[in-house]
Design a binder for this molecule. Structure first.
Ligand code: CA
Length: 236
């Protein structure tokens, strides 16, 4: 029956080495009616991920044998697009981006409330298949972050490598203000500079906007005067 099919419980793979955390997540998800398999090490988790498909993988970053980032890289290298939520004690934006760059779909810093974990998992489970991979979307703009190709209204947008980096950053932070400092730190990767990169960034943004928000389409990149930029599809 189709209804039964649609209500099949999600299959979750949990890779977490801390026994208490692992047990409580398994218990909580099982109470949600989810099917959970778990591993306490990276290699074992990877083997489970390869052996049996899951709908979602919850992956701890710090693992004793193979760290979560490497597990994630190998899962993606094998072509699997299963959504991956990374758990970690690391909380900096750079770490978050490192995880996202390597194919994580979301990131939850420890400690977290169980309800938050479940909410994030549900959001990932609801996402259409294309979103589980590396494709980002904002309105009619799509970016394939692996092929580094941007398409808007069916038209490919020719971008320089730096423009792709900036666009990806804006798209991953949709709806949030991206300051010049954030771009300087996370895209240009320059932290200690004698002179500010503000002018360089503004010129770069002007070029990118011309290409992305070309005549006849809705504006997606908005200036936050004196602060930075925001990518957002505003309601018509
Ligand atoms: Ca750990």
């Amino acid at each position: 029956m189709a209804a039964t099919e649609a209500m099949k419980p999600p299959r979750v793979l949990l890779v977490e080495d801390e026994g208490k955390t692992r047990d409580s997540i398994v218990e909580g998800m099982t109470l949600e009616g989810w099917q959970v398999r778990s591993a306490d090490q990276g290699v074992a988790g990877l083997q489970l991920a390869q052996a049996e498909p899951a709908d979602l993988i919850v992956l701890d970053w710090m693992l004793p044998d193979l760290d979560g980032l490497e597990v994630l890289r190998r899962i993606r290298a094998s072509g699997r697009t299963t959504p991956v939520l990374m758990l970690t004690a690391r909380g900096t934006l750079t770490d978050r981006l490192l995880g996202l760059d390597n194919g994580a779909d979301d990131y939850l810093p420890k400690p977290f409330a169980f309800a938050e974990l479940i909410a994030r998992c549900r959001a990932l489970l609801r996402r259409p298949n294309w979103a589980a991979g590396r494709n980002l979307q904002c309105g009619d703009l799509q970016l394939d972050t692996r092929a580094r190709i941007a398409v808007r209204s069916g038209q490919e947008i020719r971008l320089t490598p730096r423009e792709v980096d900036v666009l990806e950053y804006l798209m991953r932070n949709q709806g949030q203000t991206v300051t010049r400092e954030m771009l300087e730190r996370d895209v240009w990767k320059q932290v200690h500079r004698m002179t500010s990169l503000d002018n360089v960034i503004d010129v770069q943004m002007m070029r990118l906007r011309k290409k992305v928000d070309f005549p006849g389409v809705d504006r997606l990149i908005h200036t936050q005067r004196g602060i930075g930029y925001k990518m957002e599809r505003l309601a018509p």
